[in-house]
Design a binder for this molecule. Sequence first.
Ligand code: UDP
Ligand code: MG
Length: 139
Amino acid sequence: MSGNITFTMLKPDAVENNHIGAILQKINEAGFRVRAMKYTRLTPEAAGQFYAVHAARPFYADLVKYMSSGPIVAAILEKDNAVTSFRDLIGATDPTKAAPGTIRALFAKSIEANAVHGSDSDENAQIEGSFFFSALERF
Ligand code: UDP
Ligand code: MG
């Protein structure tokens, strides 16, 4: 049984390049409702914690630096089958491999600066949502 919640971040490249509005429009048009949202910035420590699962990967140090390099938009989204549906909407990690029309194909700058994050499982959607939002910040 798949859940109806996923978590996303509009990453520093998307915010820096003024793509917040266009990306949120795509998300809404795909049928997602926003349940929580904030404009914020990760410290290097927080970015390292968020991506701790990738700590052993060669790209980790750069990723932490990049994700703390500027403001982001964090959000909890609701839709049936949210995790899979959102991964389909954003496309492959590497924008050169992302399907045409996906958010990463349209807005990502590189495999690192790839515009958006999307949770990879229902369990991680809950963990990641709780990383940014308290119960009182979800509507
Ligand atoms: N990343 C990177 N180089 C890589 C793979 C990933 O810089 O070779 C970055 C990229 O920003 C990606 C994030 O690390 O979104 C997390 O990687 P993951 O494999 O979880 O990709 P995602 O789930 O975001 O598609
Ligand atoms: Mg991932």
